[in-house]
Design a protein around this ligand. Structure first.
Ligand code: ADP
Ligand code: MG
Ligand code: MG
Length: 252
């Protein structure tokens, strides 16, 4: 589904991504871990097409389509969802109206007719139930006055509604109490299917107790330096990142 080849990207002339290679197949969940400042959020931003990053080399393919040629909104219509890609707060636009517009654009892009008001309402109800999302939040202005946990829960509701091919969740677990973590994780687990894929960016192993990844990668200093199973995440939790940095220093 997603193929990244030797991706390089800079910000203000400083190279942040230094040759990322990553293949994510449909049906898989990949976790990307790594110390602060490694480039995890930068990778997510580059995949979503944020303009402050300059791609200086490499390729990104989504189901055979060249992602780097697409504008951010085209990427979204093609099914790339980055949690946080939408403005943090849009006063006056209700969450539900935002989703109606976004879903309409995605359906149109795929040659599907718009949903009737009744169909949209039925879908909204079904998805709210699926991810245990409070109907009251759905009708509030987009993210206005949402707590950290409510924003994260809202992201999972957006995922349920928009059904992206590839979801990139950047530190969705940070700031969540244990109940919110459980609800967000259950939501993602219910939305996992053979047709979609998730990239979970997380600083801590905790999230991976709830959402079991197929592959765990360590991003360090702009490169994926290690890939493994969920045991790798446990090892990192246990030993931290210093041993890995030391090993990399020795091998350089
Ligand atoms: P992570 O998500 O792994 O903590 P980031 O992708 O946020 O890492 O940051 C990677 C590197 O890019 C860091 O050195 C950071 O200082 C730098 N960086 C991120 N955003 C900017 C920016 N807007 N301007 C300059 N440097 C940035
Ligand atoms: Mg960081
Ligand atoms: Mg980050």
């Amino acid at each position: 589904m997603l193929v990244i080849k030797d991706l390089h990207a800079s910000i203000d002339g400083k190279e942040i991504l230094k040759g990322i290679n990553l293949t994510v197949n449909a049906g898989e969940v990949h976790a990307i871990m790594g110390p602060n400042g490694s480039g995890k959020s930068s990778l997510a931003s580059v995949l979503a097409g944020r303009e402050n990053y300059e791609v200086t080399g490499g390729e990104v393919w989504l189901d055979g389509k060249n992602v780097l040629d697409m504008k951010p909104e085209e990427r979204a219509r093609e099914g790339v969802f980055l949690a946080f890609q939408y403005p943090v707060e849009i006063p006056g636009v209700s969450n539900i109206n935002f989703l109606k517009t976004a879903l309409g654009e995605i359906r149109q892009h795929h040659g599907l007719p718009p949903l009737s008001a009744k169909e949209f309402l039925a879908m909204t109800r079904e998805k709210q139930k699926l991810v245990e999302f409070d109907a009251k939040l759905a009708n509030r202005s987009l993210n206005e006055g949402f707590s950290g946990g409510e924003k994260k829960r809202n992201e999972v509701f957006q995922l349920a509604m928009l059904q992206p091919k590839l979801s990139i969740l950047d530190e969705t677990d940070s700031g969540l109490d244990i109940d919110a973590l459980r609800i967000v994780s259950n939501g993602v687990n219910k939305l996992r299917s053979k047709d979609n894929a998730f990239v979970l960016i997380t600083h801590y192993q905790r999230l991976l107790d709830y959402i079991v990844p197929d592959v765990v990668h360590v991003l360090y200093n702009g490169r994926i330096v290690r890939s493994g199973t969920k045991e790798l995440a446990l090892e990192l939790e246990d030993k931290g990142y210093d041993w890995l940095k030391e090993e990399l220093r020795v091998s350089e």
